[in-house]
Design a protein around this ligand. Structure first.
Ligand SMILES: [Zn+2]
Length: 144
């Protein structure tokens, strides 16, 4: 048995309620859902996070999540809106270190949310430009 919970679910060693599986990803229901119908889009090949996730797999994860969101909306389960959520790294609230994209059906008053610092400082335009330059110098479109 593997140590990664999601690899174990994908291998059938741990129970999972699957909705979809193709050549790159599988979709199964979250056992601790925000709301019933909360599902996870998970690559079949273990990737810890965004850095080691092949770009084509990441694109496919989003495409499948988009279609799953539509299916949830049409399913009759309570769903007034949808959040996608992907946590990359423990500080970003990643709990299972096998990258996964949450598709979360939302209803009014369900209590799910993100917390922000009370009065976040607004950076100056110069700080925004500097940050953009730092990031932009590392951005390579089409990098795998
Ligand atoms: Zn894994």
């Amino acid at each position: 048995m593997t140590q990664c919970l999601f690899c174990s679910i994908l291998a059938g060693d741990t129970a999972g309620t699957f909705l979809h599986r193709d050549k790159l990803v599988a979709v199964f229901l979250d056992i601790h859902p925000v709301n019933l119908g909360h599902l996870l889009v998970v690559p079949l090949v273990h990737s810890t996070g965004l850095t080691d996730l092949p770009a084509a797999t990441g694109s496919h994860m989003f495409a499948i999540a988009q279609r799953m969101a539509q299916a949830v909306k049409e399913s009759g389960l309570p769903c007034e809106g949808v959040n996608f959520f992907l946590a990359d790294g423990k500080v970003a609230m990643q709990e299972i270190m096998h990258v996964h994209l949450h598709v979360i059906p939302r209803v009014q008053g369900d209590g799910f949310g993100l917390r922000f610092a009370k009065n976040p400082a607004c950076p100056s335009r110069a700080e925004l430009e500097s940050a953009a330059a730092q990031i932009g110098s590392h951005f390579v479109y089409g990098r795998p």
